[in-house]
Design a protein around this ligand. Structure first.
Ligand code: CUA
Length: 356
C-alpha cells in the first residue's frame, strides 16, 4: 500500500511538472509586445545579451550544484548502522574553492555588464534627436531637426539611431520601450538621455515605468518605426500641418469645428505640429484622425472610443487635466469626432507589423 501511494505521488509530481512545462512553452509562443526578451533594437539587444549571459551562468551553477547534490544523495546515502561520517568542518581547501569559483563567475558576469554600461552611455553619432517631455499622463515628442511637435506616437525611421533627450514637465516619469531600449527616468529640471536603433518596422508599445500619480498605468505611447521614405512622408505631412484640416462641405464636422472652440478644446490642444502655440497643456492633435491610439495609448482610435473619451474623460482617466466646458451630448460628441477624424495630414503608414 505504501509503495503504491509513493508511486501515485511521483506520478502526480511528474504530471504537474509536465503540465507546467507545457503551459510555459505555450506562453512563450504567444506574442507579448512589451516583452524585454525579444529585442528589436541594438540597445535592447545589448541589454538582453547581458541578461542571457547571466542566465547561462546561472543554469551552469544550477546544473553543477544540483548534480553534485543528487550524486551525493544517491552515492553517499546513509544506512541505519553506518558509522559517523568523517567531519570536514574548517577545510581550507573547500573554503578556498567555494570562494574562488563564485568570485570568478561574478567577474565573468561583471565584464560584459560593465562593457554594456559604457557602450550604452556613449554619445551616438549622426543620430536623429528627439526631445521627450513627460507629462501627467502623456508623452510629448519634439523633433528639433524638423521643428515638429507631436504626442504619444513616436515616429522613427528604421535603422537610424534615435537620440532621446528627456525631461519632465511635472513629476518623475520613466521612459520605457521594452523591445528597443531600456528604462530611463525622466526628471524635471534635468535632462536624461537614451538612444536606440529600431531594427524592424512596426508599432511597439511603450509605457511610463515610474509611479507618477493616479494614472501612471495609463501613461502609454507607441513607437512607430517606418521605412526611411515613409518617415520622410510623415515629416513632410507634419511640417505642413500648421492649420486644422478644413472640413468645408461636411456639416457634421463643421459643427464639430465650432464645438472645438466653444467647448474650449482649443484652450489646451492645437493642430499645429510645425509651430505649436506656446503654453498648450494638452497633447498636440495634428494627424489625430490617423493615429492608432488615443488617450496616451489607452484606447484604440475608433469613433466610438473617441466619442466616449470626449464625453467622459474623467471617467476614463480620473485626475487628467482634460475637462470639457459643460455636458457633451451624443450629437455633440459625434460632431467633434467627425471633426477630429478629418484631421489627417499623413496617409496611414503602411508599416508592415513585423512585431505582430
Ligand atoms: Cu509617468 Cu508613470
Amino acid at each position: 500500500m505504501r509503495f503504491r501511494s509513493i508511486a501515485t505521488g511521483r506520478l502526480l509530481w511528474w504530471s504537474s511538472l509536465l503540465t507546467l512545462l507545457v503551459l510555459v512553452a505555450a506562453g512563450c509562443a504567444e506574442n507579448y509586445p512589451q516583452t524585454t526578451l525579444e529585442p528589436r533594437g541594438d540597445f535592447a539587444r545589448m541589454v538582453d545579451d547581458v541578461f542571457m549571459t547571466t542566465v547561462r551562468w546561472a543554469i551552469l551553477v544550477f546544473v553543477l550544484v544540483e548534480g553534485a547534490l543528487v550524486v551525493a544523495i544517491i552515492k553517499f546515502r546513509g544506512k541505519p548502522d553506518d558509522p559517523e561520517p568523517k567531519q570536514i568542518h574548517g577545510s581550507s581547501v573547500l573554503e578556498v574553492v567555494w570562494t574562488v569559483i563564485p568570485a570568478v563567475i561574478l567577474v565573468m558576469v561583471a565584464i560584459p555588464t560593465i562593457k554594456v554600461i559604457f557602450e550604452t552611455a556613449k554619445e551616438p553619432a549622426n543620430a536623429l534627436v528627439v526631445e521627450v517631455i513627460g507629462h501627467q499622463w502623456w508623452w510629448e515628442f519634439r523633433y528639433p531637426e524638423y521643428g515638429i511637435t507631436t504626442a504619444n506616437e513616436l515616429y522613427v525611421p528604421v535603422d537610424r539611431t534615435i537620440d532621446l533627450r528627456m525631461v519632465s514637465d511635472d513629476v518623475i516619469h520613466s521612459f520605457w520601450v521594452p523591445q528597443f531600449a531600456a528604462k530611463r527616468d525622466v526628471f524635471p529640471n534635468r535632462e536624461t538621455r537614451m538612444w536606440f536603433n529600431a531594427e524592424v518596422t512596426g508599432e511597439f508599445p511603450g509605457q511610463c515605468a515610474e509611479f507618477c500619480g493616479i494614472q501612471h498605468g495609463r501613461m502609454g505611447f507607441r513607437v512607430v518605426s517606418v521605412e526611411a521614405a515613409d518617415f520622410d512622408r510623415w515629416v513632410a505631412g507634419m511640417s505642413a500641418a500648421t492649420e486644422p484640416v478644413p472640413v468645408e462641405g461636411d456639416s457634421v464636422a463643421l459643427a464639430g469645428q465650432q464645438l472645438f472652440l466653444t467647448k474650449a478644446c482649443i484652450g489646451c490642444h492645437s493642430f499645429n505640429a510645425a509651430d505649436p502655440p506656446p503654453g498648450q497643456i494638452g497633447p498636440n492633435l495634428a494627424n489625430i484622425g490617423n493615429r492608432t491610439m488615443i488617450a496616451a495609448g489607452m484606447l484604440q482610435n475608433t469613433d466610438e472610443n473617441m466619442a466616449r473619451w470626449i464625453r467622459d474623460p474623467q471617467g476614463y482617466k480620473e485626475g487628467s487635466l482634460m475637462v470639457m466646458a459643460g455636458e457633451i451630448t451624443e450629437a455633440e460628441s459625434a460632431a467633434l469626432v467627425a471633426y477630429l477624424r478629418a484631421q489627417q495630414v499623413v496617409a496611414p503608414s503602411t508599416v508592415a507589423a513585423d512585431n505582430q
